[in-house]
Write a protein that binds this ligand. Structure first.
Ligand SMILES: Cc1cc2nc3c(=O)[nH]c(=O)nc-3n(C[C@H](O)[C@H](O)[C@H](O)COP(=O)(O)OP(=O)(O)OC[C@H]3O[C@@H](n4cnc5c(N)ncnc54)[C@H](O)[C@@H]3O)c2cc1C
Ligand code: FES
Length: 337
């Protein structure tokens, strides 16, 4: 059996068992603790902790989520550390981070693939267990034995059949994302999840705006499916989707299926030369610039769910909070590092 180590949290009575091949963050979340995190990828720094006693192995010592000075002071990232001994750590916690569905590791096989744009595809996997997650969450995928693990958001909603859908963009030169395009049907991947706190909150009685750039479309689609198919959710639904050129814009209503009738879609392309070359008749500019014109009521009236490159998320949050006085509690996002 895989050895386990005991991780205790300074300043509380809490402790949990962490397998020698599991990260401290994921092991804690699996056991219902609310350890602070966002990306699970080593980039955001939310999961930093002080190692007070014990020893850990750092899977990714170059991770950008910690500054060199912080490392010198003994700080580490819980999403990138596996224990080599029992440990006592000091880490930020909060109820927000406590998983509604406990993350688990399991295998799933590729059942279908469909190209959406020249560099993005819709991949469907099937697991033996039900697909349990909140709309907008993500999972960690390992495409093959020995390959690295990356975060990908589900684009569908939870289901008893065990179907997990992801929209994956093949990043040129990337270590993992280009591997998915070469997987044969029936191939098994490892899924670990669900994770993420930018999930749909149906109990909040505000119209919903989903904003996505590039591969950030997946969690926004998941939320629109969940809200669109919920007959008790009667508020307006909007999707703002930005790509560089027209070829980057997939058929969003087609992807929304039965939910499309309830969702207003607002695609925009950011590169005028591509818009002109490819005869684009729609909006040209950064997608968030169109919010005031398309939403036609104060932006503070809406609940926002966003995913995409960190620079896009930061620009949108700044605009919403500074210019339009939207409360931070109304904005939920995943930065795709
Ligand atoms: C919460 C979240 C959700 C995401 N959802 C999606 C999605 O739905 N669709 C999609 O296409 N993309 C998504 N991404 C981006 C995705 O996880 C990958 O970053 C992207 O596919 C590029 O991976 P790559 O290996 O091809 O590129 P690479 O450039 O090789 O790696 C990309 C990232 O992986 C991390 N990384 C690099 N080396 C290591 C290492 N040694 N150990 C650990 N981590 C390392 C770094 O943060 C790096 O920026 C998401 C990212 C996050 C954080
Ligand atoms: S959750 Fe660990 S760095 Fe983002």
């Amino acid at each position: 059996m895989n050895p386990h180590f005991e991780i205790s949290l300074a300043g509380s009575e809490s402790s949990f068992a962490c397998a020698a091949d599991d990260t401290i963050l994921r092991a804690g979340l699996r056991q219902g603790l609310g350890l602070a995190y966002e990306c699970n990828t080593g980039a955001c720094g939310s999961c930093k902790f002080d190692l007070l006693e014990g020893e850990v192995f750092d899977l990714y010592p170059e991770a950008s989520g910690l500054r060199a000075k912080e490392r010198e002071k003994g700080k580490r990232l819980a999403c990138q550390c596996v224990p080599k001994a029992d440990c006592r750590i000091k880490i930020r916690t909060g109820d927000l981070y406590r998983s509604m569905v406990r993350p688990a590791r399991f295998r799933a096989r590729l059942i279908s693939y469909r190209a959406l744009t020249p560099d993005m595809g819709l991949f469907s996997f099937k697991s033996a267990c039900p697909a349990e997650f909140a709309a907008g969450q993500y999972a960690m995928l390992t495409p093959a034995a020995g390959a690295m693990t990356r975060a990908y958001s589900m684009s569908n909603t939870e289901n008893a059949e065990g179907v997990w859908e992801f929209i994956i963009r093949a990043v040129p030169g990337g270590a993992v994302s280009p591997l998915f395009g070469g997987l044969p049907e029936g191939h098994e991947v490892e899924i670990d999840g669900p994770f993420g706190v930018a999930y749909f909150r149906p109990q909040i009685d505000r119209p919903v705006v989903g904003i996505a750039g590039g591969s950030g479309l997946a969690p926004v689609l998941s939320i629109m499916h969940a809200a669109g198919m919920d007959e008790s959710f009667t508020r307006d639904l909007h999707v703002f989707y930005g790509g560089r050129g027209p070829a980057d814009i997939p058929d969003i209503p087609g992807l929304l299926g039965d939910a499309a009738a309830k969702v207003s879609c607002h695609p925009a392309v950011s590169m005028p030369e591509l818009a002109q070359q490819q005869g684009w008749q729609g909006d040209v500019g950064f997608v968030h610039e169109f919010l005031p014109e398309k939403l036609k009521q104060p932006l503070a009236d809406f609940e926002y769910y966003m995913a995409g490159p960190p620079a896009m998320i930061e620009a949108v949050v700044r605009m919403l909070v500074v210019e339009h006085k939207v409360a931070m509690e109304q904005i939920h996002f995943d930065r795709f590092f």
